[in-house]
Design a protein around this ligand. Structure first.
Ligand SMILES: NC(=O)c1ccc[n+]([C@@H]2O[C@H](COP(=O)([O-])OP(=O)(O)OC[C@H]3O[C@@H](n4cnc5c(N)ncnc54)[C@H](O)[C@@H]3O)[C@@H](O)[C@H]2O)c1
Ligand SMILES: [Zn+2]
Length: 357
């Protein structure tokens, strides 16, 4: 088992290993003294793992219940949170009790938000079961839900009391969901770890013998960034590499015809090609990134046109002011923030001859 400690306002451990779900109750007990635990999970994960986790929590002395919601991003909304509150009220959950997020990023974001707001804040533990959730969403304390006006517009920063990443759960992921998570792995390497970037060039990097090492390295990078900038005032923005264009693409397809990881892959490739053309990125970086994305089955282009991206970015309610902060690569393994007037974005992105309107 690998252990990484995140020294945020309330420090917590991330445990990474094989077969940890069997021990999840005992591992939760070490950090929470409550009587009750509510396991929040989705309809795909519940039949695979919820009984195993519930049994472990019961053995650890928790009165345990399971709340299951329909799998998918469409469930990440206030309506589901409201149903979780109802269950917590019915079970007389106190400030000492524990919420358990068993699943991917959707489950983690919602459970964290419910934990941040129930009785003004109770403990929650993350048991991430997708690659994306293990390397990214379960770490760092961003929680929230979507509303019709946009994704993740309602939320709170709340750190979990522990993260237990059982990497054997990745065996049951569909190829598409696994590949989606690889976009965040590649993102992490591209912004901060040149040697990890090189390692990923080998398509055996995620074989069962080496994936714990890769996942741990990604988590450790996120840990470092989150420790230095818990509330995203500066450096944490680097984790958004590929996301400005990626989010615009997701919006363009109404969050239904493209997954997050695929959109981010296209976004990383497009922004890096543009910044290399402007001389801000070392020559050859875009080609290396493109090769790596393709190696893992990720897309590098999309039929959306420049105006589709620009309108998505203009609509981004999180973007403040007349400028835009772009995350660019200096080379593979080093990122920086480049601030640009919004008015210059079209020409920054346009390839020669492309419509710049
Ligand atoms: N909080 C953050 O910092 C942060 C960071 C990145 C992404 N996110 C959020 O994460 C979400 C995406 O996360 P995701 O890709 O994990 O989505 P997800 O939770 O919907 O999981 C993807 C699919 O995999 C299934 N699944 C999960 N674990 C499984 C397993 N072990 N075996 C088989 N199937 C399994 C799920 O049921 C779902 O169908 C988005 O809502 C995004 O906004 C949050
Ligand atoms: Zn992402």
């Amino acid at each position: 088992m690998t252990q990484i400690t995140v020294k945020t306002t309330c420090p917590y451990d991330i445990l990474i290993g094989d077969g940890l779900l069997q021990r999840s109750g005992e591992l939760a007990r070490q950090v929470n003294n409550g009587h009750r635990a509510l396991i929040v999970t989705d309809s795909n994960v519940a039949p695979l793992y919820s009984q195993k986790v519930a049994a472990s929590f019961i053995r650890a002395g928790f009165e345990t219940e399971i709340f299951t919601f329909p799998a998918g991003e469409q469930s990440k909304r206030l309506d589901t949170i409201s149903k979780i509150y109802t269950r917590l009220a019915q079970a007389n959950f106190t400030r000492k009790d524990l919420l358990v997020a068993l699943g991917g990023g959707v489950t983690g974001d919602m459970t964290g938000f419910a934990a941040a707001t129930w009785l003004r804040g109770i403990d929650f533990i993350q048991l991430p079961t997708t690659l994306l959730a293990q390397v990214d969403s379960s770490v760092g304390g961003k929680t929230g839900v979507d509303i019709p006006q946009g994704k993740n517009l309602v939320g709170a920063f709340r750190q979990p009391v522990r993260v237990v990443a059982d990497i054997s759960t990745l065996d049951t992921l569909t190829h598409a969901v696994f590949t989606d998570g690889m976009a965040e792995v590649i993102k992490t390497a591209a912004i901060m770890d040149a040697s990890l970037f090189e390692l990923l060039m080998d398509d055996r990097a995620m074989s069962s013998g080496s994936r714990r090492d890769i996942i741990s390295r990604c988590i450790d990078i996120k840990r470092r960034v989150v420790e230095r900038d818990e509330y995203e005032g500066g450096e944490r923005k680097l984790l958004n590499f590929g996301h400005t264009l990626g989010h615009a693409l997701e919006k363009h397809y109404n969050y239904s015809d493209i997954t997050h990881g695929f959109a981010v892959a296209v976004g990383m490739n497009k922004i890096t090609a543009a910044s290399e053309r402007r001389g801000l990125t070392a020559k050859g970086t875009a080609a290396k990134l493109e090769l790596l994305l393709k190696r893992w089955g990720l897309p590098v282009a999309d039929k959306a046109c420049l105006e589709d991206y620009l309108s998505g970015i203009r609509l981004d309610k999180k973007r403040a002011g007349a400028d835009i902060d772009l995350v660019l690569l200096r080379d593979s393994g080093h990122a920086f923030i480049h601030t640009l007037p919004m008015a210059d974005l079209a020409s920054f992105l346009a390839v020669t001859g492309e419509d710049e309107t």
